[in-house]
Design a protein around this ligand. Structure first.
Ligand code: PEP
Ligand code: MG
Length: 750
């Protein structure tokens, strides 16, 4: 049954439209399980009704389209219960006391499973056999698995408006791919792959400038790939079973086949360049194998694709040279990282599309800081993005594969509205973030490179609340020496003096990996991260602390911040090294100024240690990104858990309250520098909880300031109190968004 399921899904995946795919699925399921009938109903996302979109076999009442038919409730029941229902020998007449929905059926053995993806009910898959014919256990498993796989397919189509169009019976082309917004703004540009090696399927066609040279390059690439495979097979002789070694021979043999080579040479002679002609040949031959009945031959399709990629590796320099970096480049990758962003010349980078990842990843944080529109976690990964013109809509989290004049006009209108809005916010730049009853809340900027100072100043930030020093370490191949670090830190401190600048010590680990110190960890977010990394390498840590202290000389506006502190002894050790750095500098006759010292509260344990730590440091900064992740046990980088990841969760709010209350009892200040501070709803509740400052990405500062200027501190306090009394995050979101709606009606004069 498993093999049958795999074959069905292979066919379904190849279908051109969702309509065809679902029709094929029910047809094949009906055959595989000898059903009377099989059907798929999709739930209309706009309402609570189900629409029959595919059916096969006889259509008994229970499978008929909804609308007063007896079967109507049946499909609904599967959806409502969100569980597999196996109902054998259902009766035509309701039995006394029996659940009515399930008994108002035509006689038969009924099977129904909901189509659920990421906890969203998308539809229902139902089937019927004649009465008294039970379903075997493996048939039920088959049906359940088919439902799960179809749910993923429907989800992907829904993300491209495919479901809406199917329900509307609208045959227009897919307009966009839904993704998750990571950094706002609009960008139009040419997709450039961030991957080290180009995928063969994404190689474009191109006119060959010199067909003879193309043919020679292709033959050389094939010969090199064949030699490598042969050598690898020979190296393994005697160390692996012959059957395994034979796999190499199969590939060598396929590579030597006339068809693969001659078809490609024909393509080159017809005018295509070698990588494009090779892509066409491989796609054709892999498809031929895939359609074979013999399972062994079908498996050879994977070999053909593997060979295709291998030969392309030898043609890669041609692909890269031909590609170059377009003027307006949209960087596209599986999971785009900081190093890939750094590899694109800054003026060329227009947008970022990361097929995976989350808006809380450090890539997203950097994109927001740079003001580059970015989307992550595409619901559906298209085959050919490289080299295509794309539109990235960072506000709605969409990627448009084609930019029609109508779309561009629409987007331009939105851009104009945004410009007007940001001009309005810019007018607030010189005004303080002051509530209507006169309470001022300093707003600082989060940055990571000296070049970001300009954006921070333009935003009206009153200082730097978080300077992520690790960005320099991640962007440079070599570790920056003390003088290089000093130059960076000095530049930032000078740019803002006498306003405060908080330099956070190195916070690597998790998704921020230093290439020169990469360690293999099963679970890096719970591994050698933040202060643990620095304390493990005191020689590196001391260099950084010395650079910070030297940068503060004659200015005195530095605050050093330690990340990921989880125990008091970690803090003591860090303070000890800070004191040692200071002593060393004094002994060397260098000028150093003692800074203020702060601790980040982002490990849940530290929430309970604020009292002990308050005796040792000047301030606390709450990192709500990590605090939320660790307190709620939800990965900040995993979009599958994006709903449970909620900085407005009552437990997170209560932890923040506890930190503020304890720190204030000791006369110490508390700021918040996680993404929550840049969200107007989050900012209001933090203001009400009594936080002393907020720090955020510069583009977010205007909206937060506007929200603060439109209410009284007393009102914010009431909102925080009400939020603390609530039991779930949804209610808190509702409360704060209602308050924000009222604020939006506030006059522009504020
Ligand atoms: C945080 O965790 O909230 C924070 C500001 O640190 P980072 O996002 O750099 O981990
Ligand atoms: Mg953090």
């Amino acid at each position: 049954m498993l093999l049958t399921l795999r074959q069905i899904m292979q066919q379904v995946d190849r279908a051109a439209t969702l309509d065809d795919a679902l029709a094929m699925a029910v047809q094949q399921a009906q055959k595989a399980l000898s059903l009377d009938a099989c059907a798929i109903y999709l739930k209309d996302p706009e309402g609570d009704t189900y629409v029959l979109v595919a059916s096969d076999g006889e259509t008994p009442p229970m499978l008929e389209p909804l609308g007063g038919e007896p079967g109507r409730r049946l499909v609904t029941v599967v959806g409502q219960r969100r569980e597999l229902i196996v109902e054998l020998e259902t009766k035509v007449q309701p039995a006394d006391g029996a659940p009515k929905d399930l008994t108002e059926l035509a006689a038969g053995s009924f099977l129904g499973t909901p189509l659920i993806h990421y906890r969203t009910l998308l539809g229902v898959l139902v089937a019927r056999k004649p009465a008294h014919q039970p379903y075997a256990a493996d048939e039920v498993t088959f049906f359940l698995s088919l439902g799960a796989q179809l749910a993923k397919l429907v989800h992907e189509a829904a993300a491209m408006d495919g479901v809406g169009r199917l329900l509307r019976r609208d045959a227009r082309a897919d307009p966009y791919i839904q993704a998750v917004s990571a950094a706002s703004g609009l960008a139009i540009g040419i997709a450039v792959s961030a991957e080290a090696q180009t995928r063969l399927e994404s190689v474009p066609d191109r006119v060959a400038a010199d067909p003879v040279a193309e043919e020679a390059a292709f033959n050389a690439a094939v010969a090199a790939a064949r030699d490598e495979l042969q050598a690898a097979g020979e190296r393994l002789a005697g160390t692996v079973p012959e059957a395994v070694r034979a796999l190499f021979e199969v590939q060598v043999m396929l590579l030597g086949s006339d068809a693969l080579v001659s078809d490609t040479v024909d393509g080159i002679r017809a005018g295509n360049w070698a990588p494009g002609a090779w892509r066409t040949t491989i796609a054709h031959h892999a498809q031929v194998f895939e359609q074979m009945d013999d399972p062994y031959l079908r498996e050879r399709a994977a070999d053909v694709r593997e060979i295709g990629q291998h030969v392309l590796m030898h043609l890669e320099s041609r692909v890269r040279a031909a590609r170059g970096t377009p003027q307006r480049c949209i960087l596209v990758g599986e999971t785009v990282g900081l190093a890939e962003i750094a590899a694109v010349p800054a003026p060329c980078l227009a947008g970022i599309v990361s097929l995976h990842g989350s808006p809380l990843s450090h890539m997203a944080v950097l994109a927001r800081a740079l003001g580059i529109p970015a989307v992550v976690s595409l619901a559906h990964a298209p085959e050919l993005l490289d080299g295509r013109e794309l539109v990235v809509d960072g506000d709605e989290g969409r990627v448009y594969l084609e930019s029609s004049p109508a779309l561009l006009k629409d987007l331009q209108k939105r851009l104009d509205r945004k410009r007007t809005r940001s001009a309005e916010l810019q007018a607030l730049r010189a005004l303080p973030a002051q509530t209507q009853d006169g309470v001022q809340l300093p707003l600082y900027a989060n940055i990571g490179l000296p070049a970001d100072c300009a954006a921070a100043r333009i935003s009206g930030a009153e200082g730097i609340g978080l300077y992520r020093t690790e960005y320099r370490f991640l962007l440079d191949e070599a570790l920056p020496v003390e003088d290089e670090q000093l130059r960076d830190y000095r530049q930032v401190l000078e740019a803002f003096a006498p306003m405060p600048v908080t330099l956070r010590t190195l916070d690597v680990g998790g998704d921020k990996v230093l290439s020169s110190f990469s360690v293999q960890e099963e679970n890096p977010f719970l591994g050698c991260r933040g202060i643990r990394f620095s304390l493990d390498r005191p020689e590196l840590f001391l260099i950084q602390l010395r650079a910070m202290l030297r940068a503060n000389a004659g200015l005195g506006n530095l605050q050093v911040l330690f990340p990921m502190i989880g125990t008091v002894s970690e803090l003591d050790e860090a303070l000890h090294l800070l004191a040692r750095a200071e002593r060393e500098l004094v002994a060397e006759g260098l000028e150093a100024a003692r800074p203020r010292v702060g601790v980040m509260i982002e490990v849940p344990a530290s929430v309970f240690l604020v009292g002990a730590m308050a005796r040792r440091v000047d301030a606390f900064s709450i990192g709500t990104n990590d605090l939320t992740q660790y307190l709620l046990a939800v990965d900040r980088n995993n979009v599958q858990v994006v709903t449970p990841y909620d900085a407005l969760h009552p437990a997170v709010l209560d932890a923040i309250r506890q930190v503020i209350d304890t720190a204030h009892r000791f006369g110490k200040s508390v700021s918040v520098c996680g993404e929550m501070a840049g969200d107007p709803a989050g900012a209001l509740v933090l203001l009400g909880l009594g936080v002393d400052a907020l720090s955020m990405s510069p583009p977010l500062l205007g909206e937060v300031k506007r929200a603060i200027r439109c209410l009284t501190h007393e009102r914010a306090r009431q909102l925080a109190e009400a939020a603390l009394g609530m039991e779930d995050g949804f209610a808190i979101h509702r409360l704060l968004h209602r308050a924000l709606d009222r604020i939006r009606a506030c006059s522009g004069s504020t």
